[in-house]
Design a protein around this ligand. Structure first.
Ligand code: GAR
Length: 216
């Protein structure tokens, strides 16, 4: 395939979603490829995954910068040679600023150029503990839920906000521990994220105001 969408994947931790994306990209028919991985955490296991797949890993520790903007300016400076078309946040535990948003919007011909995956319905919960929220273990939670909705969305300046592209439901079972729910949820994330990336790469996702239209 000639014109694959060039992805920069952003990570902070284990990188199981990065792995699922790189595995999907290994197929000739997949319409995207990972050109670089960016980690703000020098100890993230995701960096090892990138190295193993021969994908360049840029380790840019946010603690070395005085502000979010300065950190992102350095990310953009180091990313530029890889010419990414779209940024994919995969367990990247940082709120992004207009520095990254504008860079990827420009790279994506003025369309939103950053995706995120979140383990909950972004209209219901924003933050780093989506599975805990579903189990009633998070302070903001109304109690144990019957289900959580894994959400892939375009990124805007908020935390886990932005137009929702696709959701997938994961049932919360009565005996679920956090580990049980996370492991079933991550399996769903690993299917959903590559699917949505492919849809975007094929030009089948259009943003209309704060909504998203899927073209079949
Ligand atoms: C995933 O569950 C992802 O949905 C979540 O972090 C985990 C990263 O796992 N992201 C968020 O909570 C964003 N608010 P991974 O490093 O194994 O891909």
């Amino acid at each position: 395939m000639a014109d694959k969408l060039r992805l920069a994947v952003f990570v902070s931790g284990g990188g199981s979603n990065l792995q699922a994306i790189m595995d999907a990209c290994a197929s000739d028919s997949f319409p995207a490829r990972v050109v670089a991985v960016v980690s703000n955490n020098p100890h993230a296991f995701a960096i090892e995954r990138a190295k193993k797949a021969n994908v360049p890993a840029l380790v840019i520790d946010h603690k070395d910068f005085a502000s979010r903007q300065e950190h992102e300016r350095e990310i953009v400076r180091q990313l530029r040679p890889f010419k990414p078309d779209m940024g994919v946040l995969a367990g990247y535990m940082r709120i992004v600023t207009p520095v990254l948003l504008d860079y990827f919007r420009a790279a994506n011909n003025d369309r939103p150029g950053l995706l995120n995956i979140h383990p909950a319905d972004t209209r219901q919960y924003q933050g780093a503990h989506g599975y805990e929220f579903a189990l009633g273990m998070d302070g903001q939670s109304p109690g144990r839920l019957d289900e959580t909705k894994i959400t892939v969305h375009f990124v805007d300046a908020g935390m886990d906000t932005g137009p929702v592209i696709k959701q997938a439901m994961v049932r919360v079972l009565p005996d679920d521990t956090l580990e049980d729910l996370k492991s079933r949820g991550l399996e769903v994330e690993h299917e959903l994220y590559p699917e949505v990336i492919a849809m975007v790469a094929q030009g089948r996702v259009r943003v209309v105001g704060s909504d998203v239209e899927i073209i079949n």
